[in-house]
Design a binder for this molecule. Structure first.
Ligand code: ADP
Ligand code: MG
Length: 259
C-alpha cells in the first residue's frame, strides 16, 4: 500500500514502479482557461515516487489553479493526469488518491483536532476502532497528541496547519499537494514547520507537490523546483541548477540575477 509507513512496520518494501512509465505523478498537456484567458497551458511533468517537488512562481501565475486541477477541485480544459500509472483525469476528488493542504487550513471549527483528522475516514466508512487507531498514529506523527481534544480556535497557526496536514495524511494519499501551507505563518514557525513537513514526507516516502512564491523556501525544501511563470513551467531542476543555469531571462530574473 502507498504510505505503508503509516500502517505497517518500517522497512516494509515501498511501492516501486514496474516500469519507468509508472511515475508517481504524470502530467501531460494540461491546460485551463477562465473564460478566454489562459491560466496555465502545456504543463508537462513527471514526478518520481517519494520526490519532493516545489512549484515556485509569482502570485497570479496559476499555481493554485494547477494544484486544484490535480486534486479534481476544478476541471481541466485539456490534458491527462496519471497517478501511479492510473489515469485519474476524470475521477472525483475523493477517488484520486490525492491529498491537499491549503494555506488557510480549512478546518471544521466545531470539531476537535481528532474529529477533524477522523473526518476523511468517516467519509470512507472506516470502522470506529480502525479509525481511532489511524487518527492516533497520524496525530502523533504531527506531534499534536496533547492537543487532540482541542478545537481549532484554541490552537496556534502552526498547530492548525499540522492538523490540516494530519487530515490529508490519514487517508494515505498517493500524492500530497500543499498550497502555500506556510505563507500565513510567522518566520520562526514557518522555518520549523518547513523542516517538519520535509521530515514527515521523507519518513513516509510520500510524493509531494508543494507550492510557494518564496524562493528561499523552495530552494531549501525541495528535491527539484518547477519554476512557473505566466501559466507555463519554464524550468524543472534542482535548486543548484536553477540558480547556476537559469534557462531564460524570466527564470534568471526570478532567481534574482539582475535587480
Ligand atoms: P497563484 O496561485 O499562482 O497566485 P492562481 O491559480 O490563484 O495563481 O490564479 C491564476 C490566475 O487565474 C489569476 O490571474 C487569477 O486571477 C485567475 N483566477 C483564479 N481563479 C479564478 C476564477 N475562479 N475565475 C476567474 N479567474 C480566476
Ligand atoms: Mg495561490
Amino acid at each position: 500500500a502507498p504510505n505503508s509507513a503509516l500502517t505497517s512496520a518500517p522497512g516494509s518494501a515501498p511501492a516501486s514502479p514496474a516500469t519507468g512509465g509508472e511515475n508517481a505523478l504524470h502530467l501531460s498537456g494540461l491546460a485551463k482557461c477562465f473564460d478566454t484567458t489562459p491560466v496555465f497551458q502545456e504543463i508537462e511533468a513527471d514526478i518520481a515516487h517519494g520526490e519532493f517537488i516545489t512549484l515556485l512562481g509569482p502570485s497570479g501565475c496559476g499555481k493554485s489553479t494547477l494544484l486544484r486541477a490535480i486534486a479534481g477541485l476544478t476541471l481541466l480544459d485539456q490534458g491527462r493526469i496519471r497517478v501511479g500509472g492510473d489515469d485519474i483525469t476524470y475521477l472525483p476528488p475523493q477517488r484520486r488518491g490525492v491529498g491537499m493542504v491549503f494555506q488557510h487550513y480549512a478546518l471544521f471549527p466545531n470539531m476537535t483536532v481528532a474529529g477533524n483528522v477522523a473526518f476523511g475516514l468517516r467519509m470512507q466508512r472506516v470502522e470506529a476502532g480502525e479509525r481511532a487507531r489511524r487518527v492516533e498514529e497520524v496525530v502523533r506523527l504531527v506531534e499534536l497528541t496533547d492537543q487532540a481534544h482541542k478545537f481549532p480556535q484554541q490552537l496556534s497557526g502552526g498547530q492548525r496547519q499540522r492538523v490540516a496536514l494530519a487530515r490529508a495524511l490519514v487517508v494515505e494519499p498517493r500524492v500530497l499537494l500543499m498550497d502555500e501551507p506556510l505563507s500565513a505563518l510567522d518566520a520562526r514557525i514557518r522555518r520549523h514547520l518547513r523542516d517538519q513537513i520535509r521530515e514527515i514526507q521523507r519518513s513516509l516516502g510520500l510524493t509531494t507537490l508543494f507550492v510557494t512564491h518564496d524562493q528561499e523556501e523552495a530552494l531549501l525544501i525541495s528535491d527539484r523546483v518547477f519554476l512557473m511563470h505566466q501559466g507555463r513551467i519554464l524550468q524543472q531542476a534542482s535548486a543548484e541548477t536553477l540558480y547556476s543555469r537559469p534557462v531564460d531571462k524570466a527564470a534568471a530574473g526570478f532567481m534574482g540575477h539582475y535587480n
